[in-house]
Structures are given as structure tokens and as C-alpha cells.
Design a protein around this ligand. Structure first.
Ligand code: FE2
Ligand code: FE2
Length: 313
């Protein structure tokens, strides 16, 4: 089916998907599936449906909503993301993701608010604002629009474009060099991701011991995208460390969930009882996603809409 026909068909499901997403009585995993489906139906109605979820109790769900809004790159999400970043009652992980999403959308309108919070008392929020500002500045200077595209087969809108180098050893050194800006280090990270072999994975794993929690969480996120077995030991180590920042542990849990080998599933089951709510919920969702991937059923929209219809019969 051509993509635009698909999108038009799916658009009719937005209200139902929005209802599932906003319903705290539904299992979190089902709400995540609704969110991921909305992500692929880029229109102002989807943005509105996602915006409604910011009243929820789950920081995990809200941070994912902010992430998705950034990935959709719809300008209509900017006022909402700005208010989330401004709201110090929101969890730092949610505010971080709102700032990152503003960077992903990359509109000059967001420079003011990102500048205002680049010294926020949450280090993760402050560092994210700095990276987002660098991304917007890079975008403004880029001569071609594709200079910001990720390449390497990844479809995500990344917080920094890949560095142009191809030598793994020098990329590794630049990636680990704490005297460089986080934006520049992220550029090395995404270049390593795009190379994608075991040596590149091993270099990225070294970043899981960085002094910046934000940097560690991004390394874990990228390893989740890569789904390479050589990252399992490093990710598991960070997940098991209960003194580690919850954003980092959450990202390790999700990355392990996306690898979902027999070796990691027992670990994720164990941490689905974790005391940190964000970690516990990440593991619950990861287990559900692993089941879905195993069943090969990516028709989330159809499944959810069918479920909803049943509920109302
Ligand atoms: Fe994040
Ligand atoms: Fe996350």
C-alpha cells in the first residue's frame, strides 16, 4: 500500500488512539503502542492527542510523548514543549526530553527558552538545552538540509548530526574526550553508530562510564537502536547499578529490551520489580515490546483499534 494512502486511512484512528494513550486505566504498554502509532500519523490532530497525555502521572510515558513530538517535527508542538520545559513541577526526564524535542524540531523560535534553561538546576536539563542550541545553530549554518540527516539507515531525528570522519579509533577518542562540547561528542557517537560494527559498539559502550549522566543515557539509547549483542554486558552493568541515575538505567532497560535475547529477558523481568518507578515501568514496557517483536505483529494501530471496538461492544 502506498504510504500516503496508509496515512490517510490511519488518520481516522487518531481519536481512538488518543483515548487509549490518555487512559490511565489501560496497561502502560498498550498506551505506548498507541503513542508509537500516533507518531507515524503526522498531523496536528495527532499532536493534540499526544499533548493531552502530559497530565499523566507516569514520567516515563510523558518523556516518551515529548520524544515523539520531537521526532514528528511538527511546529504546532512547540508551545506545548516550551511549557513542559518551563514547568519545574515536571520530572527532569520529561523536561529534558521536551528540550531535546525543541532541538529536534530545530526552529529558531526556541532559542530564547533553551537559552533561559541552559543553566537549569537539573544538570540533565541544562546540558540538553546546550546541545539543542548547538543543533539549531548548526542547522542555521548548514548549507544543505541533508547535513542534519542521520544516514546509516536510521530514521530517527538525532540531537546531533554524525561527524564526517570514518576512522573508528579517532572517533572513539573524540567521543570520549570530555574537553569537547557534548554536541561535538554526540556527533562522534552518531558516526560510530552509523559504522555499526563490533569495534564501534565497543567504543560506544566505553561511554557508559562517562561522568555526564546525560551522555551515558544517550550512549545507552544509541546502543538500543543498534541492538548489537556486544553491548549487553555494558548495558546490564548500568541497569544493575541501583545508585545509577534513573534516566540512564531506564535507557539501559529499554536498550536491553530491544535486544531481547534469551540472555537479557530474565534480567528485564527481574528489574520489572525495581523500586525506581521509571525503571520498573521501562522493564514492563520492554517485556511487552519484546513479545510483540517476537510475534512479528507491527500492526499496532489495527490491534488497538480492534481492542477499543471490543471494549465498546
Ligand atoms: Fe533522553
Ligand atoms: Fe528515554
Amino acid at each position: 500500500m502506498p504510504e500516503d494512502t496508509n496515512t490517510t486511512n490511519l488518520q481516522a484512528h487518531v481519536p481512538k488512539l488518543g483515548k487509549v494513550l490518555a487512559d490511565p486505566a489501560k496497561p502502560l504498554a498498550e498506551r505506548f503502542r498507541a503513542l508509537f502509532t500516533l507518531r507515524n500519523i503526522v498531523c496536528p490532530e495527532s499532536v493534540q492527542a499526544i499533548a493531552a497525555a502530559f497530565e499523566d502521572d507516569s514520567a516515563l510515558l510523558k518523556h516518551e510523548c515529548a520524544y515523539v513530538l520531537g521526532q514528528m517535527q511538527d511546529l504546532s508542538a512547540i508551545p506545548l514543549l516550551t511549557s513542559v520545559l518551563e514547568n519545574k513541577q515536571q520530572d527532569a526526564m520529561v523536561r529534558h526530553e521536551a528540550a531535546e524535542a525543541l532541538g529536534a524540531i530545530g526552529d529558531a523560535e526556541s532559542i530564547a527558552v533553551l537559552t533561559r534553561f541552559k543553566d537549569d538546576e537539573s544538570v540533565e536539563v541544562a546540558e540538553t538545552c546546550e546541545i539543542a542550541l548547538d543543533r539549531i545553530a548548526f542547522k542555521q549554518q548548514a548549507k544543505q538540509a541533508d547535513e542534519l540527516s542521520p544516514s546509516g539507515g536510521y530514521l530517527s531525528v538525532d540531537p546531533a548530526p554524525p561527524a564526517p570522519e570514518a576512522d573508528i579509533a579517532s572517533l572513539r577518542d573524540q567521543y570520549l574526550d570530555t574537553s569537547r562540547s557534548l554536541f561535538q561528542r554526540y556527533r562522534s557517537l552518531f558516526a560510530l553508530r552509523n559504522i555499526g560494527n563490533t569495534e564501534a559498539v565497543e567504543a560506544i559502550v566505553e561511554g557508559l562510564n562517562d561522568s555526564s549522566a546525560l551522555f551515558r543515557h544517550e550512549a545507552a539509547y544509541v546502543l538500543g537502536q543498534m541492538q548489537h549483542p556486544a553491548s549487553v554486558t555494558g548495558l546490564a552493568e548500568r541497569l544493575k547499578d541501583v545508585s545509577e541515575n534513573y534516566m540512564v538505567r531506564h535507557e539501559c532497560a529499554e536498550a536491553l529490551g530491544s535486544i531481547a535475547s534469551d540472555e537479557v529477558l530474565p534480567l528485564i523481568k527481574e528489574f520489572a520489580k525495581d523500586e525506581a518507578v521509571v525503571v520498573k515501568e521501562s522493564c514492563e514496557v520492554a517485556l511487552d515490546m519484546a513479545e510483540y517483536e517476537a510475534s512479528g505483529d507491527f500492526q499496532y494501530a489495527n490491534a488497538i483499534v480492534a481492542n477499543e471496538d471490543q471494549d465498546h461492544e
